[in-house]
Ligand binder design. Structure first.
Ligand code: G2I
Length: 459
């Protein structure tokens, strides 16, 4: 639908080892450091993304700009419910898979948009209600998040569920009428299906402290207090001719709840203020350490859903606009996301010759093994931790990554460092293992991790 509300605000986050990615970028592509959106964002530990219509991936002028400037993509339409489950129980991933392949081949992370949204529901779901709809929607979340498991940086699990206007409450929809807990049910299903993805709530008209953003803020606070798995909030930021003075303060108050924030669908009305607003939004994100990334909703003006608003960073010929320059300058001037201090000083690689890894549960301590799924420029590592005969109350697994590799995303463990020697500690629910018991965690990275071997320490 053509909603042409003058939407505002949305942020996307994404994170993942952006710093690490930035460091890699600085080492391996220093020629472009500071001169493209992707290099400049990565140097500051962030991503810079664009919404992509996969039909345009065969247009070379489009792809040239996309690949040069962006290190994150989101499907403008291809991962929505109507596209992925056109008939109940029949899933279609052609467009989404195509975008993921393009991203993997070009060193880009992928935002997933959107598992549940009251718009773009397939016809069969539009006519459902009650418990039948609830189970259909949870099945949709489970199936789609499972299909893309390990490939998505951040999922918009629920999109646009709050009402406009002053109520600060939920929007009416058939999803909402299945019960107020539909949003948390969706987040729980998404976490179970893809524990590695950051799970976001995404909305528009949230570009400052207002009734709608406060309603969302209260939901996020409630979710965090009850352990509902939410990691991030997306601020779409479809903007008009001015920017709320408290845009940054609004991002910060969400970040202070313990979630990442991301600008997720940025576009800005053309006119005298466009370049200034683009610059101000970018600065706001840079000034919030949990603002992990920015996505613009299209590449060139003529690719935009906003048509004659000319709302994007490149003109229809792919030329950089003044707005582009302001964004690039703001990325280059902004602070980097602070990284965890390295726990161990980089040490020489272990001198002892590698011994055979313990096969069965080690007598004491723990052992770890890794399996890698690699592609050009990236990998996902799945790590199995096995407790020794004394069990564990906690564990820590170390890897020495080859030069050029960096960790961008971790699940079911907490990473320290992202390049060189990287350590992964248990999270609160998987540290305590009985004798011989196994748990798994994973991480995603750029570069190559081939040949890495884990070492496991138990406590
Ligand atoms: O409306 C702007 C954005 C607001 N936030 C959520 C986003 O998902 C939304 O994106 C827009 C796309 O940019 C449009 O491209 O969402 C619209 C509705 O899904 C998209 O429009 C649809 C048209 O309504 C369909 O008629 C068309 O078949 O795009 C489809 C593919 O071109």
């Amino acid at each position: 639908m053509k909603h042409r509300r003058v939407l505002r605000a949305a942020v996307t986050v994404a994170v993942t080892g952006a710093l690490a990615a930035g460091m890699t970028m600085a080492l391996t592509t220093s020629a472009s450091a500071g001169t493209t959106l992707r290099a400049s964002a990565a140097e500051k530990g962030r991503y810079f993304g664009a919404a992509v219509a996969t039909g345009k991936l065969s247009t070379s002028a489009y792809v040239t700009v996309l690949n040069r400037e962006f290190n994150s993509v989101v499907a403008e339409n291809e991962m929505k419910w109507d596209a992925t489950e056109p008939q109940q129980g029949q899933f279609r991933y052609t467009g989404g898979d195509r975008l993921v392949s393009h991203a993997q081949a070009n060193g880009m992370s992928v935002r997933g948009h959107a598992l549940l949204w009251h718009q773009q529901e397939p016809g069969w779901a539009q006519s459902m209600s009650g418990s039948a709809l609830r189970s259909a929607m949870i099945n949709h979340v489970t199936q789609v998040a499972t299909h893309f498991r390990g490939k998505i940086h951040s999922w918009d699990v629920v999109n646009e569920a709050f009402a406009d206007g002053g109520s600060g409450g939920r929007r009416d929809s058939n999803l909402q009428r299945t019960g107020n807990d539909w949003i948390e049910a969706a987040f729980r299903a998404a976490r179970a299906a893809d524990p590695g993805a950051k799970l976001c709530y995404n909305d528009y008209n949230t570009d400052g402290i207002n009734a709608k953003s406060t309603g969302i803020y209260n939901m996020v606070r409630d979710f965090k207090s009850r352990g509902v798995p939410i990691d991030c909030v997306g601020f779409q930021s479809h903007l008009g001719t001015s920017l709320a003075g408290d845009y940054q303060a609004n991002l910060q108050r969400f970040a202070d709840l313990g979630v990442d924030v991301q600008i997720t669908e940025l576009d800005v009305m053309t006119g005298g203020n466009q370049a200034n607003i683009y610059g101000a939004v970018t600065r706001a994100c840079m000034n919030v350490s949990r603002c992990t990334g920015i996505t613009v909703w299209g590449v060139r003006d003529c690719d935009s859903w906003r048509g004659s608003d000319n709302a994007l960073l490149f003109d229809c010929n792919g030329n950089k606009k003044a707005a582009y320059t302001n964004v690039l300058n703001a990325l280059n001037a902004g602070p980097a996301i602070p990284t965890d201090p390295p726990t161990d000083p980089p040490t020489d690689p272990p001198t002892d010759p590698p011994t055979d890894p313990p096969t069965d549960p080690p007598a004491v301590g723990c052992s770890a093994s890794v399996s890698l799924n690699s592609w050009t420029g990236g990998f996902v590592a799945s790590v199995k931790v096995t407790a020794g005969s004394a069990g564990t109350s906690g564990w820590n697994v170390g890897f020495t990554l080859p030069s050029g590799a960096s960790v961008t995303n971790t699940w079911s463990a907490t990473a320290s460092g992202s390049t060189g020697t990287v350590r992964f500690a248990n999270v609160n629910y998987n540290g305590r293992l009985g004798a011989g018991q196994v748990t798994e965690f994973g991480f995603q990275g750029t570069g190559s991790a081939s040949g890495v071997t884990p070492t496991c320490t138990a406590s």
